[in-house]
Write a protein that binds this ligand. Structure first.
Ligand SMILES: Cc1cc2nc3c(=O)[nH]c(=O)nc-3n(C[C@H](O)[C@H](O)[C@H](O)COP(=O)(O)O)c2cc1C
Length: 193
């Protein structure tokens, strides 16, 4: 059974990301086709990328990078719960993606976004970034509206229909996460270049 991380993609005090991620996690817990865990960027205290070597070398010098690497390497697929900041994802999430390379390769990703236009512009940018990291991003995505899924733009109260969309996204994510397992295994069996 594959392991899926639900990544809380905002570190802002008062963030909405945590409530959204917990809702996704609760829905995911009803499934038996994968195991699901919350991963909170705020727990890793990543500074702006401060490694001297490119992440593709895997030469990590900082304890925070090693801890983040170990967490991300242990999962087969990711759900990125992302806000939209200036039509892109949060800087914290982009920075966390930039820190690593091999750990992301040949994995699968899905998105749960929120914003005035469902966070869709942030997801489009994330898709570009994840393509470079060799992550297979699934088509189905969850687009939550700040106007209709948050009472007074604040308290998270998702419309019922989103539940089906979450499962539609997870169906594709679990399928691709599993399908790519043989690529990950073949790479792990090869000696490092
Ligand atoms: C710096 C910044 C830029 C924002 N830009 C956008 C935007 O371009 N589009 C949008 O829909 N919402 C935008 N918002 C509103 C956020 O979607 C909203 O504040 C949301 O709660 C942020 O997620 P978080 O609370 O999990 O950090 C912006 C918020 C911030 C703080």
């Amino acid at each position: 059974m594959i392991r899926v991380a639900i990544v809380i993609g905002s570190t802002r005090p008062g963030r909405k990301a945590e409530a959204v991620a917990r809702w996704v996690h609760d829905l995911a817990q009803k499934r038996t086709d994968a195991s699901f865990e919350l991963v909170d960027l705020a727990d890793y205290n990543l500074p702006l990328l401060d490694e001297p070597f490119p992440p593709s070398t895997g030469k990590y010098t900082k304890d925070h990078t090693k801890a983040w690497s170990a967490t991300i390497a242990s999962f087969d697929a990711y759900v990125f719960v992302t806000p939209e900041y200036n039509h892109g994802p949060s800087g914290a999430l982009k920075n966390a993606l930039d820190f690593l390379y091999r750990e992301w390769n040949d994995k699968a990703a899905g998105f749960v976004a929120y914003g005035s236009a469902g966070g869709t512009r942030a997801v489009e940018q994330l898709r570009l970034v994840l393509s470079e990291l060799q992550v297979a991003h699934v088509r189905n995505q969850v687009a939550l509206s700040l106007r209709t899924d948050f009472e007074n733009f604040t308290v998270f109260k998702p419309a019922d229909h989103h539940e089906k969309t979450v499962h539609g996204m997870l169906d594709q994510l679990v399928a691709w996460g599993g399908a790519l397992a043989h690529l990950r295994a073949a790479r792990a069996a090869k000696p490092a270049p």
